[in-house]
Write a protein that binds this ligand. Structure first.
Ligand SMILES: Nc1nc2c(ncn2[C@@H]2O[C@H](COP(=O)(O)OP(=O)(O)OP(=O)(O)O)[C@@H](O)[C@H]2O)c(=O)[nH]1
Length: 320
């Protein structure tokens, strides 16, 4: 039996970064890591960042695991071979609503090779509950968590930290605070326990009604997701200054943007680029992507003007 962990957190909160911190910690404790990555349309961007770490990464092709891609997620989990001594982490995309999803992960009898799920939510401490109409989603992702990791804490004032802590306690009094090393220890201990005794921490003795198979479109009917996404190819090489202007000029309806990019004046490395909600400018992480990775832009938002985004990308090509 394997520990099963759902990792949630709002768009740009730092889930992938937390993964890059805990994977080496888990490896150092002798625990193998399997990861299922879900992202709107393009889990390969984050897979590129995680690929060189010592983990088995499966990017899902579909949209959102709490609605359109739930079937794909469950099928992927059914097909995981028993692998005692390892942990299974699911990185949900940042707009995922966790409650129904946890229900499926908890009650589906075909997941008997996993323990009951834990949920870690990564919280952007600086932006917590400063997201206007997305505050409810951010709270919902915290309310079902078993553990919380507080991120973006550098330059955070003591007063703001205390305010965020109080608000998190009110939203979910049961969730424990963790850091990367502590969480790796917790998961590693669970992996060893589950390996030693298949009944401990598992589903043994729990009786659930057999879940009805999910019909095509059934999940979508239950759950109307407000977020949409668009993935557009970028030119092979772009001028860096023009690219920074392009990212700064994205419309407000784009809540999160990211992708892969290569610059004309530095054509060697490929970068993973990010625009994170509430923060100006573009963030670049060096990347060592798979050979066929192409420069790309993934936009996530509500009611995005796709024609305008296409125009902006075309403008970027002529400026480069
Ligand atoms: N300075 C700083 N940068 C951070 C911090 N956390 C994340 N970042 C950067 O912010 C960007 C977004 O972080 P990710 O780890 O991709 O966030 P995510 O939650 O996986 O994002 P989604 O894919 O939108 O769900 C990356 O460039 C990170 O390196 C932080 O605490 N401080």
């Amino acid at each position: 039996m394997m520990p099963l962990v759902l990792m949630a957190g709002f768009l740009g909160a730092g889930k992938t970064r937390f993964l890059t911190d805990i994977i080496p910690e888990l490896a150092a404790r002798g625990t193998r890591v399997r990861i299922i990555l879900n992202d709107f349309q393009n889990a390969r961007i984050d897979a590129a960042r995680l690929g060189e770490l010592d983990a088995l990464v499966t990017p899902l092709n579909g949209e959102c695991i709490c609605c359109g891609s739930l079937r794909e997620l469950l099928q992927t989990l059914y097909d995981v071979p028993p692998d005692p001594g390892s942990v299974m982490l699911i990185e949900a995309n940042g707009a995922t609503e966790t409650d129904e999803l946890l229900g499926h992960l908890t009650t589906d009898g075909r997941l008997a090779h996993f323990t009951l799920p834990l949920q870690l939510t990564v919280v952007d401490a600086a932006r917590w509950q400063k997201r206007w109409w997305h505050n409810a989603l951010e709270r919902a992702q915290v309310s079902t968590a078993t553990q919380l990791f507080l991120n973006w804490t550098h330059k955070l004032s003591e007063a703001r930290r205390a305010e965020v802590e109080a608000s998190l306690r009110e939203t979910n009094p049961r969730a424990a605070r963790v850091d990367a090393a502590g969480y790796a220890t917790l998961l590693s201990d669970l992996a060893h326990e589950a390996q030693d005794d298949a009944t401990r921490g598992g589903r043994h003795g729990l009786r659930f009604a057999a879940p009805a198979p999910l019909g095509e479109g059934e999940v979508r009917r239950k759950h109307e997701h407000p977020f949409g996404s668009a993935s557009l190819p970028l030119p092979a090489l772009v001028d860096r200054a023009a690219f920074e202007r392009f990212v700064d000029g994205l419309p407000e309806s784009v809540v999160r943007a990211k992708g892969l990019v290569r610059f004309t004046n530095e054509p060697g490395p490929m970068f993973v680029w990010h625009r994170v909600p509430g923060r100006r400018g573009v963030r670049l992480d060096k990347s060592w992507p798979h050979a066929d990775a192409q420069p790309t832009a993934l936009f996530i938002g509500v009611g995005m003007p796709i024609d305008l985004l296409q125009e902006l990308v075309t403008g970027l090509a002529s400026a480069s």
